[in-house]
Design a protein around this ligand. Structure first.
Ligand SMILES: [Zn+2]
Ligand SMILES: [Zn+2]
Length: 559
């Protein structure tokens, strides 16, 4: 079962949570997701791409409380932030939605009602922590106490300051209300549970057949075989989607956020005249790009929900490796973070270089450790040294001497190089091996540099003009292929190469078949401009110092 040209493919990315700014961890999902979509398009597949903001849950209610604003205001702010970041980074979603929209409420509530009708939900009395002062039940993140394992101050869901273990609220020693500090008491209340064990056989089969990265599949199968438990899908919170038929409760955020994949498709379809059912009911292949931290939700909870309402379950789950900063796990509170706006955009870093770094520094399932020096060397040695150098040298020489595309026909050596790269790329992105796909294109540019050097057009121009022109034609045709094949990784740069080649239309509308489509001899070539500039050592030292200052200041704050 592989993808075919007649498949309706839908790619989604794990939804950014609307309580903070975009950082490098986010990019590890969105950039490969976007590149995958662009590869599919270049190879003629029928693909759509949706994402949107995840706007509910206790952390947002808490963050809003701390900021002294309403949750509504908070999520609007970060929704706008992420929408903007997506645009600036050329993450070309067809629709960027929000779970705080009527279309999403409707879809999420319909799913829960259908699960109830199909007998998969049960209401049950439970005893939950309650604050007598605030007169409210304390959902996990509203609870603090002592970690039973390491003795650190821990939250109701995780020992975030200490041993990092996931916790059940019940495990906390001396649980207290996070708002007022009163001791939490137990109080009886009624909640709704998804009967997850009913899906055990389905989930095993689903994960065994699941495409994507083995990480997702293997983790999930391990958990399922340990035995699944009923899963609480309602919460005592003020902020959230009302639980249908029991409006004093809200839907647990994990039981409604991924319904966004459907509701965003529906809203996109409504606005464009497409049919969302093509993706979610009558076939369709859905590919989820996610971070490794949400495998459980995507390989267990979400497919169980989809199965329970008879919708399409994902075709593939593509989970990335972790992101580290200077060897440490990503942590905003400890300063080990690279903020997209502060550290890249405001510093004038070329954002296609950031895309390139994320895609090609290491394999998609491996851990990526961000170090400024490594970023510098990828940019300076590869983008400037190989790709930028090739494009500029060839275009400048031709512009200076001919100002037009010279006469020539594509010959076997270059033709073969292009074919081999196309085949390699096709295989690589189907296997979610984005580094291999990008590397194959960069190898074409490296080959081009050798070719140009060996042809010595600066000599043949005086000795054999026809040979010189035909040689340069090879170089230009190769550059055209590179523009098309690098577009998924470097959409802005690819478009600039395309314009510099004097091509009509946009590289974003091309297909791999255009790689070898003959260039029109005699067409004007504009004066070329350099594509990339090196980051000098002083600049990268300054960026690294900025990061170290952030880490130091976080450390002194903590002490
Ligand atoms: Zn309280
Ligand atoms: Zn702990």
């Amino acid at each position: 079962m592989t993808l075919t040209k007649s498949d309706k493919i839908l790619v989604t990315c794990g939804l950014p949570y609307s309580n903070g700014t975009a950082h490098i961890g986010h990019l590890r999902t969105y950039i490969p997701g976007d590149a995958y979509v662009r590869y599919l398009k270049r190879f003629g597949f029928d693909v759509r791409f949706v994402c949107g903001s995840d706007t509910h849950g206790a952390p947002i209610e808490l963050a809003a409380e701390e900021a002294g604003i309403t949750p509504q205001k908070l999520v609007e702010k970060y929704h706008a932030h992420f929408k903007n970041i997506f645009e600036i980074l050329n993450i070309g979603v067809d629709f960027y939605g929000t779970t705080e929209a009527p279309y999403h409420y409707k879809r999420a509530q319909t799913i829960i009602r259908t699960l109830e009708e199909n007998g998969y939900v049960e209401a049950r009395d439970v005893e939950l922590p309650y604050c007598n002062t605030c007169k409210t039940f304390l959902a996990d993140r509203f609870l603090v106490g002592t970690c039973p394992y390491c003795g650190a101050l821990a939250r109701g869901d995780e020992c975030d300051q200490g041993c990092q273990r996931y916790l059940d609220a019940d495990q906390l020693i001396d649980p207290r209300c996070v708002i007022c500090g009163s001791p939490a008491i137990k109080r009886k209340t009624r909640h709704h549970f998804l009967k997850l064990p009913a899906f055990t056989d389905f989930l095993i089969k689903f994960n065994e057949q699941l495409k994507g990265t083995p990480l997702a599949r293997n983790y999930a199968l391990g958990w399922i075989r340990q035995g699944l438990k009923d899963w609480g899908i309602s919460r005592d919170l003020k902020w959230g989607i009302p639980y249908p038929g029991d409006e004093k409760l809200v839907l647990y955020v994990w039981a409604e956020n991924y319904a966004g994949y459907i509701s965003f498709t529906e809203e996109w379809a409504r606005q464009t005249g497409a049919d969302w059912k093509d993706y979610w009911i009558q076939g369709g292949k859905v590919v989820n790009f996610i971070g490794a931290d949400i495998v459980y939700h995507h390989a267990v909870f979400w497919p169980a929900i989809l199965k329970g309402v008879n919708y399409n379950t994902p075709y593939a789950i593509v989970a990335s490796g972790m992101v580290k900063v200077e060897g440490h796990g990503l942590s905003k509170s400890r300063g080990f973070v690279i903020d997209i706006e502060e550290d890249f955009i405001k510093q004038g870093i070329d954002l296609d270089s950031v895309r390139y770094y994320i895609l090609s520094y290491t394999g998609h399932t491996k851990d990526l450790d961000f170090v400024w020096k490594d970023f510098q060397s990828k940019l300076n040695n590869e983008l400037v040294g190989i790709l930028g150098n090739y494009a500029y040298r060839v275009l400048l020489f031709i512009h200076k001497n001919f100002k037009k595309i010279p006469e020539g026909t594509l010959e076997t050596p270059v033709d073969k190089q292009i074919d081999e790269a196309v085949n390699k790329i096709h295989e690589a992105f189907h296997d979610f091996k984005f580094k291999e796909a990008v590397d194959a294109t960069m190898q074409l540019a490296a080959y081009g540099n050798v070719l140009f050097q060996q042809c010595e057009p600066w000599k043949t121009i005086k000795l054999d003009l026809k040979q010189c022109q035909n040689d340069l034609y090879q170089c230009l045709q190769l550059l055209k292929a590179i523009a098309i094949l690098i577009e998924p990784a470097l959409p802005s740069i690819a478009e600039r190469i395309w314009q510099q080649l004097g091509q009509k239309g946009s590289v974003h509308d091309t297909n791999v078949e255009n790689c070898k489509e003959a260039l029109k001899a005699g067409a004007d070539l504009p004066k070329p401009e350099v594509l990339f500039t090196k980051i000098p050592d002083e600049a990268v030292d300054k960026l690294a110092t900025g990061l170290n200052t952030r880490i130091e200041s976080a450390r002194s704050k903590a002490n």
